[in-house]
Design a protein around this ligand. Structure first.
Ligand code: B1M
Length: 222
């Protein structure tokens, strides 16, 4: 990994948002995810590399430490904030791929689940691939998905879940959407979700990453 990608990854891992941020104390006064991401882009590092070789790596390390109780929610929130700050710089690069809109995609993180970084990434990638995205946010109830789908006829819908506990919400929401709008095209994703689970709940598509979702949606309108 190049030096700057390693530095950005460290900023995510330790929650260093920008130079002015006093947290973490051992990085006080140093550039943070904000400045370093800008610098990397200015130096010509591809946005995709910054995402996959720095931001995602840093977040993965945080996830492991979180699971092992080596860091706690406040530190994870600082990491999430550092990641969102970096993503602001990346967004125009993903969006610049847009030519004409291929269709509309409604997305939300399911009821009970507040994780939104992955959903936001999916949104960015889809927009960059020419899809109009209606983002319903986090903790989204079945009725909200259905209302948005009635408002945007023929839109595809995507459900994101990051907790094993909220996979139950995903199942419930899928059932409600199916009952209300039988021909709905429902895609599901998020770390604990699998193809097997997708099949079990009767969703139409599963992808472990945004690219797979882009490919699925593009195949539906080709
Ligand atoms: Co939470 N959290 N968290 N968390 N958190 C996880 C998910 C966890 C795996 C951590 C761990 O234990 N190692 C664990 C879940 C365990 C489980 O259920 N098996 C967990 C837990 C337990 C919790 C709390 C319960 C902790 C607590 O309070 N005790 C709590 C729940 C709150 C709630 O939602 N009700 C909680 C809270 C939080 C924070 C608020 C602190 C913060 C969220 C901040 C935010 O999102 N704004 C947070 C974070 C940051 C994480 C980790 C560290 C990182 C998640 C993330 O953003 N990853 C996470 C551990 C981990 O995953 N490494 C963890 C980066 C993101 C780019 O990946 O979201 O997977 P991801 O998205 C990917 C793919 O999954 C895919 O594309 C994305 C890009 O590749 N994808 C889709 C996502 N949605 C898709 C939809 C699609 C297709 C693809 O189609 C529709």
């Amino acid at each position: 990994m190049s030096e700057i990608l390693k530095q950005i990854s460290d900023c995510i891992e330790f929650g260093k948002i920008n130079k002015a941020a006093p947290f973490p104390p051992q990085m006080k006064g140093q550039d943070g995810a904000d400045e370093l991401t800008r610098q990397a882009l200015d130096e010509g590092v591809p946005a995709q590399d910054i995402l996959s070789k720095a931001l995602m790596i840093g977040m993965e390390k945080v996830g492991i430490k979180f699971r092992e109780n080596k860091v706690f929610v406040p530190q994870v929130l600082m990491s999430a904030k550092a990641m969102s700050t970096a993503m602001v710089h990346l967004k125009p690069f993903f969006l610049s791929g847009a030519v004409k809109q291929k269709g509309t995609f409604i997305i939300g993180t399911v009821e009970g689940d507040l994780h939104d970084i992955g959903k936001n990434l999916v949104t960015m990638m889809l927009e960059g691939n020419g899809w109009e995205v209606i983002d319903l946010g986090t903790d989204v109830k079945a009725e909200t998905f259905v209302a948005a789908m009635r408002e945007h006829e023929n839109a595809f819908v995507g459900l994101s879940a990051l907790l094993t506990t909220t996979m139950a919400s995903m199942e419930k929401i899928t059932k409600v959407i199916r009952a209300e709008i039988p021909n709905a095209k429902i895609a599901v994703g998020g770390a604990p979700v699998t193809q097997e689970f997708c099949d079990k709940i009767g969703a139409d598509a599963y992808s472990p990453d945004p690219q797979g979702l882009v490919e699925y949606l593009n195949s539906q309108v080709a």
